[in-house]
Design a protein around this ligand. Structure first.
Ligand SMILES: Cc1cc2nc3c(=O)[nH]c(=O)nc-3n(C[C@H](O)[C@H](O)[C@H](O)COP(=O)(O)O)c2cc1C
Length: 326
């Protein structure tokens, strides 16, 4: 194990700072079926699953993905098989990854988040699951479908509810939405609720219109933008949270930086902005060696510059330095 790459999120040790980002690497066969499976798994610090809810959800009307300039729009609609089947069918496969697994969760009310977390704790008999990532971008049915993630009070309540069910048995990561005026207020609310870490960003709300038909392209009309075009937004939001939230600046609450990462320099940007680890999503759709590429390049960068990831976290907030590039 390369110690220079090792990081920690609460009590979960990650051998590298690279994570899958929820919804982009499935929860079962996606990596197992790849020819380069072993290299991918050797490069990852943890596996983050597709969003899981209490009951099965069929997701949104098709088309659900459309390519746009420098990214994609998706409106999958949190399609999943429900938590019971997830544990019956997917977790035995995820066990083969031999990685810490983080379950991304979605629900439509505060109490449902609590119930789902309790079920995860009870089903997790082999302790494969090390953490829960709360997706606060999902719609709150009790408030007419507005996302939880835009309301600091609701975010605090959701995190408190999850924490009250799992206590310290699982690491709680709250995944923030960029579709807000001030992400630091939401981050602070999650910390007040007891989160162990923050991750950001989820997709940016967007849409595309077909000029021939004159109609929205996505079946759901509105979707979430991801890929290289959102990276500057993600880096900014990590930077802001690290700067303005004392628990983040003191590295007590680690941040997982997500959004548009395509190579080693992108991952480093997030780390220098304040991220302890990074999630990679959309780019994996077009480059199935992305995890091993970034892993190799990061290791080379650290060796050439006699650095560790731990030491680089948040360095963009201090003095500038000259380093050999990735
Ligand atoms: C097809 C697709 C499905 C996604 N599903 C989820 C999900 O279930 N839960 C979640 O929190 N984020 C989900 N996301 C958001 C990603 O995890 C990630 O935050 C976002 O795509 C930005 O990262 P990227 O630019 O590297 O893809 C999804 C993204 C895509 C593209």
């Amino acid at each position: 194990m390369n110690k220079n790459l090792r990081v920690r999120i609460k009590n979960v040790v990650l051998k590298t700072p690279l994570l899958t980002s929820s919804g982009t690497s499935g929860s079962r066969d996606e990596i197992n079926l790849m020819q380069n499976r072993n290299k991918i798994l050797a490069s990852l610090g943890a596996f983050v699953t597709k969003g899981v809810s209490i009951n099965e959800s069929l997701g949104n009307k098709e088309p659900r993905i459309v390519e746009v300039r420098s990214g994609i729009l998706n409106s999958i609609g949190l399609q999943n098989k429900g938590v019971r089947k997830f544990f019956e069918e997917d977790v035995p496969e995820l066990r083969k990854y031999e990685l810490p697994v983080v379950v991304n969760i979605s629900a439509s009310s505060v109490s449902e988040f609590g119930e789902l977390s309790e079920r995860i704790l009870n089903y997790n008999t082999h302790s494969i699951i090390k953490g829960i990532e709360i997706n606060v971008s999902c719609p709150n049915i009790k408030k007419g479908g507005a996302a939880f993630g835009a309301d600091p009070l609701l975010v605090e309540q959701v995190v408190k509810e999850v924490k009250s069910k799992v206590h310290d048995s699982l690491c709680i990561i709250t995944k923030l939405s960029p579709n807000v005026t001030d992400i630091t207020q939401i981050g602070k609310a999650a910390i007040n609720g007891g989160t162990d870490a923050l991750s950001m960003i989820n997709t940016l709300r967007g849409m595309a219109i077909d000029v021939h038909s004159g109609m929205p392209v996505l079946g759901n009309q509105i979707g979430g933008l991801s890929g290289p075009c959102i990276k500057p937004v993600g880096v900014y939001m990590v930077f802001e949270c690290f700067r303005k939230i004392p628990e983040c600046s003191r590295k007590e609450i680690p941040i997982v930086g997500i959004g548009g990462i395509s190579n080693c320099s992108d991952a480093l940007e997030y780390i220098l902005a304040g991220a302890t680890a990074v999630g990679i999503g959309t780019q994996w759709f077009i480059n199935n060696t992305i995890f091993e590429d970034i892993h190799k390049d990061l290791a080379t960068y650290l060796r050439k510059n006699n650095e560790t990831i731990e030491n680089l976290i948040g360095k963009a907030h201090g003095h500038s330095f000259k380093k050999n590039p990735c």
